[in-house]
Design a protein. Structure first.
Length: 464
């Protein structure tokens, strides 16, 4: 492999000249050409990218315009760098990489996998490369995704995960609210946009808003199957609501110690508020079908991909495939929250790309490859263009999605482990009105306090 990087040499020469001129009594004229070329030659190097979702990253030729753009992107990189790109079917985990490394074999340079699988498995085995340790590479560039979005790719305060942020796959998070524009309009009910724009999208108004929807639906002939608000899954939804009341899952106390940020009056008030909505039959865990397929719910809170994705052959499962108009907003905020709070959060159930430190290729070469691989997929902004012009029906939907994404929270479920799962379950009972918020937290307090000993960072530590 040959690499010619004359830019560095040029900088050294120029620096020397500046020093010489500043120290000289007479001006000297140098008859030299300082034009330099930056050439990288990775001829003979093969980079392997493993994924359990092969058709997503390497679709068949002619299957879609997006797929053809991706294939052309790979060909352009191969032509520019002289390397080969091998995208292969892989497991959603780290064992195969561990076996290859143990046997002294070459393995994937990059693995697309969930944080709970290859991410944490390879990190614990000492086989992941922290992004700061990769030469020729800036892992904090926007093209890999904002740090807030990649918080589930941070282990012990170091960033490991990458995302194809400027490609055609809209980033995913839990905690976006969708509403059926056609249904609400037919019932004569105001859309959430109006509350949001006049600053009244609050819990104080939300209960009355759901009651208005329920009464209007009853008058229009909807039966008992109608629910104003369906949640995809309560174990996650309760935390979105807590974020909207100014909570963080983990925060620092006045002594600088990490403490649970939901086991307080703000978290308890959140659960009591949801319990009240549940008792009034205004809010329940009904999944996505009542909203997307049956239109027997006016509002849905869920993972964001239900609002942004379109899967050919399975159009009925996602909102972009529906013939009716929908909108998206942030959740309303509570008495201890404000308009700056966002309901979205990332969690261990999401995927990222992980760099293997012992793949058989030099990390400096991998850094150059990654820098080219994650460039924007097109000149239109990838998913940003498709969401704003093709998927969403209103520019406010795109603005709301982007605000949540760029300020997204993290639930720390990886570091809290089983304690977090128990906290989820206990909170659900309160959200269903089966216990108070105070009772929900008291039942898991000891386990949560013990789990706090495993916490080594919060986002604010990384940006101060």
């Amino acid at each position: 492999m040959k690499r010619i990087i004359s830019l560095i040499l040029s900088i050294v020469i120029l620096s020397t000249l500046v020093l010489s001129v500043s120290c000289a009594q007479e001006e000297e004229v140098f008859d030299m050409d300082f034009h330099v070329d930056y050439v990288v030659d990775l001829t003979g190097v093969t980079f392997q990218w493993g994924t359990a979702w092969l058709t997503q990253f390497y679709p068949n030729e002619g299957f879609s315009l997006v797929g053809d753009n991706m294939r052309q992107h790979y060909r352009d990189i191969e032509a520019e760098l002289g390397c080969n790109i091998d995208i292969v079917a892989w497991e959603d985990g780290g064992r195969r990489v561990m076996q290859d490394v143990a046997a002294g074999m070459k393995t994937c340079d990059l693995v697309d996998s969930h944080a709970t699988n290859a991410g944490i498995e390879l990190y614990k085995a000492g086989l992941l490369a922290a992004l700061d340790d990769i030469p020729n590479f800036n892992g904090y560039d926007e093209k890999y995704g904002p740090m807030r979005f990649r918080q589930y790719g941070i282990f012990d305060g170091k960033l490991y995960g990458l995302y194809q942020y400027l490609w055609d796959f809209p980033p995913e998070f839990h905690g976006i609210m969708s509403f059926n524009v056609d249904l609400l309009s037919s019932l004569g009910v105001a859309l959430p946009y109006e509350y949001q724009e006049n600053g009244t999208w609050t819990w104080a108004n939300y209960k009355d808003y759901l009651m208005t929807i329920d009464n209007a639906a009853s008058s229009a002939g909807y039966g008992n199957e109608f629910i104003p608000h369906t949640a995809q899954v309560l174990t996650r939804d309760v935390f979105s609501w807590m974020f909207m009341n100014g909570c963080k899952v983990i925060e620092k106390d006045s002594n600088g110690n990490y403490v649970c940020g939901v086991n307080n009056t703000k978290g308890m008030a959140t659960l009591d508020f949801l319990g009240e909505l549940s008792d009034l039959k205004l809010y329940e865990e009904g999944g996505t079908d009542p909203f997307i397929k049956n239109q027997t719910a006016a509002i849905m809170t869920s993972e964001s991909y239900f609002t942004t994705h379109f899967q050919e052959g399975n159009e009925s499962a996602y909102l972009p495939g529906q013939p009716w108009i929908y909108g998206v907003v942030n959740y309303p905020y509570g008495p201890d929250g404000d308009e700056n709070c966002v309901s979205g959060f990332v969690h261990k159930g999401r995927r990222l790309n992980w760099v293997v430190a012992y793949s058989g290729n030099e990390l400096s070469d991998i850094g150059i490859f990654l820098d080219h691989l994650f460039e924007p997929i097109d000149e239109e902004g990838g998913w940003k263009s498709s969401l704003s012009y093709s998927v969403f029906h209103d520019k406010r939907d795109y603005e709301n999605y982007l605000k949540i994404l760029e300020n997204v929270n993290y639930n720390h479920d990886l570091s809290l482990g089983a304690a977090y799962s128990n906290l989820e379950s206990s909170c659900v009972f309160a959200a269903q009105g089966k216990r108070t918020g105070a009772e929900a937290f008291e039942s898991v307090k000891t386990m949560i306090d013990e789990a706090m000993k495993n916490v080594t960072w919060v986002y604010e530590d990384l940006i101060d």
